[in-house]
Design a protein around this ligand. Sequence first.
Ligand SMILES: NC(=O)c1ccc[n+]([C@@H]2O[C@H](COP(=O)([O-])OP(=O)(O)OC[C@H]3O[C@@H](n4cnc5c(N)ncnc54)[C@H](O)[C@@H]3O)[C@@H](O)[C@H]2O)c1
Length: 262
Amino acid sequence: MTPRTPLTAPTAPELDLGGRTALVTGAASGIGRACALRLAAAGAKVRAVDRDAAGLEALAGEAAGIEPYVLDLTDLDAAEAAAAGTDVLVNNAGIQLVRPIEEFPPEVFHTVLTVMLEAPFRLLRGALPHMYGQGWGRVVNVSSVHGLRASAYKSAYVAAKHGLEGLSKTAALEGAAHGVTSNCVNPGYVRTPLVEQQVADQAAAHGIPEERVLAEVMLQDSAIKRLIEPSEVAEAVAYLCTPQASFMTGTSLVLDGGWSAH
Ligand SMILES: NC(=O)c1ccc[n+]([C@@H]2O[C@H](COP(=O)([O-])OP(=O)(O)OC[C@H]3O[C@@H](n4cnc5c(N)ncnc54)[C@H](O)[C@@H]3O)[C@@H](O)[C@H]2O)c1
């Protein structure tokens, strides 16, 4: 019998982004902030995009290599221009409004789709020529469990995230021949201002007191009964940029505490 080739010991994924530029949108707060810090720790120069100038200044003071880039992503031409020359693109900026469809302001629906779907498309347009030119690039789209499942009263957000999933898969198919991967990460509820701000709206929409929102609305479908931390999401984003993840593309890395296992 021929001896079996010994399995090599598993190695921890290492991320070295020295010499790379990573653009992170929504970098002033929450998940985007955690991603910017994680990618900077891996050696990347981080182009930190947000409309919140003060938040970006605070972030830049926390780590070397973070360059604030104040931009409102509803300015789509400016968004596309901002992405030129990036090696890693993290489409993360997002907004939320919790309202029944018949009461949902059409102009807010439009803004949500612009920031969370059209801007990622324009950032891709801006970033891909450089990635294709060098034969390497990483696109990570911060989607959500709401990219895979719907919840009542979140029509614009759910529509945008489902659209982002499709955009990400299309980018994966087009980018594969050029060494570019595109994936989504899909968290359940994360401990960020976006979540803290929707507690009151959720209470009103569901007709329950605010103190019951976490257990009865947000974590109802999660098997693990806690919020996930922004740093845990940033680790998943970082993993998708490692050499070990180079065969992962066009997929969705779900971090939802078992929500979508139902
Ligand atoms: N918090 C959660 O529970 C959760 C769960 C799943 C997915 N997500 C997704 O993660 C992403 C980040 O969410 P978060 O919870 O960190 O939110 P957050 O509110 O903490 O941060 C969002 C950031 O985006 C920026 N932003 C919003 N609109 C912008 C615009 N027009 N131009 C430029 N910047 C803009 C904000 O200024 C803010 O800094 C979003 O796409 C969100 O949908 C969040």
